[in-house]
Design a binder for this molecule. Sequence first.
Ligand SMILES: [Fe+2]
Length: 338
Amino acid sequence: MEPVYTFTDTERDALRELLRGVTKNPYEDHSAFSAAIADLADSGDVPGYFVDLCRRIRDERAAGGTQAHVLRNCPLDEDIPLLDLDDPIADKHAKKHTFIGEAFLALFGRLVETPLLSYGTRFNGAFFVDVIAINKYSGMQTGFSDSELVYHNDRTAHPVRADFICLLGMRCPDGADYIYTGFVDGRDLLAHLTEEQQAVLRKPYFITPYDVFSRDNNGALSVSEDHAILENEHSFRYLDTTTTVTETAPPEAKDALLALKNALVRANKTRHRIQTGDLFTFANQDGLHSRDKMEINDPERARQRWLLKTYAFRDQAAADRYADRWIDGVPGRVGDGT
Ligand SMILES: [Fe+2]
């Protein structure tokens, strides 16, 4: 996938200088951090090249253009520590004392007008999440492992799901290790499904068990409510090899599920190799994504791959629909309850 925009080194450094002015700690006081980002966005100090770029992405998404964008050579923290993979999150808090990556993601979210979303039961409700291999999840189907991941959306089983995901490459293997993020647009899946199959996929004949990481963080979670796979125009709520039919679903539900699996094999896809300093942002519901390890020559180096992730709502109205779920009065932070 071709980058939408590559910051020049001068542009990147100017943005980093600007973001350095945000001194609040997003993990200790998200409200203060968030207010500082809002002030920055409104200050008139954000360079025009970034404001215009964010506006272009917002307009292209709204107009039904591509739902996946790449920004290259983004500003990052000057010191990016190597993390202990037994407990990388605690190690991050111990070692990382600047928040340039976080501020960049927050400012991007603000300028494309996609309010951020977090889960109260994960990472203390942090809005900036580390996609990194945690040793205890090795080999499992969760973003917190070094495994390949089948096509899915994040938090498939959860009633509140992000419309967009941002992944910022903090430390990516840049040698001979090739890890790709695949993306398939929901419209390209629809093109391979008949009207009848689509109609069945729109019925609540399906369930998705929660992933291992969710169950570890909230023991009460086991399986989603019965849900449709196809929602809105072309949103897919689906975790390949896991989403299945309910016990009471009619036979055509299984046929439609099989048709979706075939569509997923046939549909056009884009694949992007996230490199250090890349921001890859794509639709979480109006498409599905995957992680493919195409070629790994140094598994230990590849295991140190670290992406900083945010979840976001499509717009303010989409966020406001969940306002009764906010935890501790923090807009965007939801619980696991239904
Ligand atoms: Fe994912």
